[in-house]
Design a protein around this ligand. Structure first.
Ligand code: NAD
Ligand code: UDP
Ligand code: UDP
Length: 329
């Protein structure tokens, strides 16, 4: 536990969401002071309920497309709707969150001389023609499709981060996060892991989009947060020069088809659900797997939790939520 001299004041934007709330738990556990700025668009106060009276935690209801003046040492910029149904709901606001939000958080970091982390995404690679994806691949992204508000917004945010780094000497850390899952995922956000588990637990049909042959690689939340913290903790350069800015892929390189994921979920939940096929959404990437050589080299990091173990923990969480909802109904 850090003492009051080592203790950092940390801003986490999007901290009421899935990734952000787990990150905040870890920061508080190690003794930091945390301010969470979130407009609660997709996040929930329920994710932070257990911290309500925590002496080192503060919640601000704030939309990062507007300026923010706080005094902190470190900034983690996670605010952005992440699931396709959420980011398509108001695509203009999604791009504004990535772009105006990045400008505001970078302006804040510049004023304070604070190190700043950006939660970028594997979506910057689009429907990739290079497999597995290395950080030097520039991507294959449709600029005018229904995923573009998210993909191009995140790409522009990366551009802004690297330009503030080059132009103003900001100490930036840009991570490209691949599909992550675990407790506190929103049960209705349409993402594949939450959809399949909810469908399996309720005995509903499991909806496979396309033929289910498309692949993803799923990282358990604890592993992901560990990678994020290691990256942010890597020291700055000599004489206070910025440290390694990235981009760095963070994800689990174990690739499987969505059909195989459905079978695993059915097996682990002992469900009698049947598979049904639905149309593949536009621009849905066919293959995705991170090359994590850079994360291994710079952070000494790789995921440890197997898909089976991670799914078991996530299923237990969703089961508990269902009991909770039933009590409140
Ligand atoms: P999430 O939807 O659970 O969390 C996002 C949070 O941002 C929510 O609490 C939401 O209310 C908040 N938010 C959205 N717009 C905001 C705004 N304008 N101002 C303030 N707060 C705002 O999603 P998540 O899965 O926790 O994702 C967190 C970050 O990680 C996102 O930036 C996402 O793009 C990135 N990411 C996630 C994954 C994944 O698999 N979960 C993969 C790649 C990248
Ligand atoms: N900003 C902020 N908090 C701060 C400092 C800046 O939200 O503590 C915002 C402010 O809205 C500004 C943006 O960050 O427009 C970019 O700041 P920068 O200093 O890069 O640019 P400028 O102020 O010259 O537009
Ligand atoms: N998917 C699916 N059934 C669902 C939800 C998603 O087959 O009920 C597919 C989706 O088409 C995609 C993959 O699962 O190929 C991962 O989808 P998700 O929305 O979780 O993440 P992303 O497409 O952003 O990787």
């Amino acid at each position: 536990m850090r003492n009051y001299i080592e203790r950092k004041r940390v801003l986490v934007t999007g901290g009421a969401g899935f990734l952000g709330s787990h990150l905040i738990d870890r920061l508080l556990e190690r003794g930091d002071e945390v301010i969470c700025a979130d407009n609660l668009f997709t996040g929930s106060k329920r994710n932070l309920e257990h911290l309500r009276s925590h002496p080192r935690f503060e919640f601000l209801r704030h939309d990062i497309t507007f300026p923010l003046y706080v005094e902190v040492d470190l900034i983690y910029n996670l605010a952005c709707p992440a699931s396709p149904i959420h980011y398509r709901h108001d695509p203009v606001q999604t791009t504004k969150t990535s772009v105006h939000g990045a400008i505001n958080m970078l302006g804040l970091a510049k004023r304070l001389g604070a190190r700043i982390f950006q939660a970028s995404t594997s979506e910057v690679y689009g429907d990739p023609s290079v497999h597995p994806q290395t950080e030097d691949y520039w991507g294959n992204v449709n600029p005018v499709g229904t995923r573009s508000c998210y993909d191009e917004g995140k790409r522009c945010a990366e551009t802004l981060f690297f330009d503030y780094h080059r132009q103003h000497g900001l100490d930036i850390r840009v991570a490209r996060i691949f599909n992550t899952y675990g407790p506190r995922m929103h049960p209705n956000d349409g993402r594949v892991v939450s959809n399949f588990i909810m469908q399996a637990l309720q005995g509903q049909d499991i909806t496979l989009y396309g033929n289910g042959e498309q692949t993803r690689s799923f990282c358990y939340i604890d592993d992901l947060v560990d990678g994020v913290l290691r990256f942010m903790d890597t020291p700055s350069g000599e004489d206070g020069a910025p440290g390694f800015p990235g981009p760095i892929n963070l994800g689990n390189p174990d690739e499987l088809t969505i059909g195989q994921l459905a079978e695993q979920v059915i097996r682990l939940t002992n469900s009698s659900s049947k598979l049904v096929f639905r149309p593949l959404p536009p621009d849905d990437p066919i293959r995705r797997r991170p090359d994590i050589a850079r994360a291994r080299e710079h952070l000494g990091w790789e995921p440890k939790v197997t898909l089976e173990e991670g799914l078991r923990r996530t299923i237990a969480y969703f089961e508990q939520c269902r009991v909770g909802y039933a009590h409140h109904a």
